[in-house]
Ligand binder design. Structure first.
Ligand SMILES: [Zn+2]
Length: 246
């Protein structure tokens, strides 16, 4: 499929390979592998070294078109001169980096001492965006672990959370995806996650409710089957969050 190329800058890059945009090339690879590429999926496996810079140029060109369609004078308005490039960089390398970049390296260690007491980590900052409006979701998250055969460092929970949340999401799915990733990394006997966040699609637009937040949780393994363990998890989180208001 050929498409109208927004500017020569992109065309030069793509002509070296095919007549396709880099987004089309990446999309074709994903489709051929039968994988998903929803907003909250990581697609870094399908992006070759050097291609992200080309994608950055394509996205910038599209953002520029968006600004033009919004009838903003991008040629003469000094405030919006570099906006398209800034927005593109921000999407690909910051706020949605969890889609385009690989998971940060997390080393796990054997649980030699057979630790089996539960512990919680939090609050961890939640910085995400809603898939419906692409406006911020900001809040906090707590993770509870009953260790299994492997353990990971405390700071790694924050790194993995940041990577998972830095994608367009709906909160209900974000917490499940984070739970899946943590299970893969340390195979805990029990896992609990609580996310409390404010959605700017409710604060900034729509019903404009400034103080409403959403809390959801997931419990797996022993936290699901053992009621006292589950209660201990929620109690620990309550203590950890006592000094924080969201
Ligand atoms: Zn929304």
């Amino acid at each position: 499929m050929t498409s109208t190329l927004p500017n020569d800058n992109i065309k030069n890059f793509d002509d070296q390979i095919t007549n396709k945009l880099i987004s089309e090339i990446i999309r074709d690879r994903i489709k051929n592998s039968g994988s998903r590429f929803s907003a909250n999926d990581n697609i870094s496996d399908f992006i070759n070294p050097g291609e992200l810079v080309i994608l950055e140029k394509e996205v910038a060109s599209r953002v520029k078109d968006l600004l033009k369609s919004l009838v903003i004078d991008v040629e003469n308005d000094h405030n919006t001169q570099e906006t398209a490039e800034r927005v593109s960089k921000m999407y690909l390398n910051e706020v949605f980096k969890g889609r385009y970049h690989e998971q940060p390296k997390v080393t796990s260690f054997p649980n030699d001492k057979n630790l089996d007491e539960i512990y919680t980590v939090g609050p961890i900052s939640v910085r995400s965006a809603c898939s419906h409006h692409l406006v911020p979701i900001l809040g906090e998250c707590w993770i509870g672990i009953k260790p299994g055969k492997k353990v990971i460092g405390l700071s790694k929970f924050a790194r993995v959370s940041d990577w998972v949340f830095s994608r367009p999401h709906i909160q209900e799915e974000a917490v499940m995806i984070l739970a899946d990733e943590i299970e893969k990394l340390c195979e805990p006997k029990g896992l609990g996650i609580i996310v409390k966040a404010q959605h700017y699609c409710m604060k900034w637009r729509g019903v404009k409710e400034p103080n409403t937040s959403m809390i959801n949780s997931v419990v797996r393994g022993d936290f699901r089957h053992d009621l006292s363990l589950k209660q201990e998890f929620f109690e620990l989180v309550k203590q950890q969050s006592a000094t924080n208001n969201y």
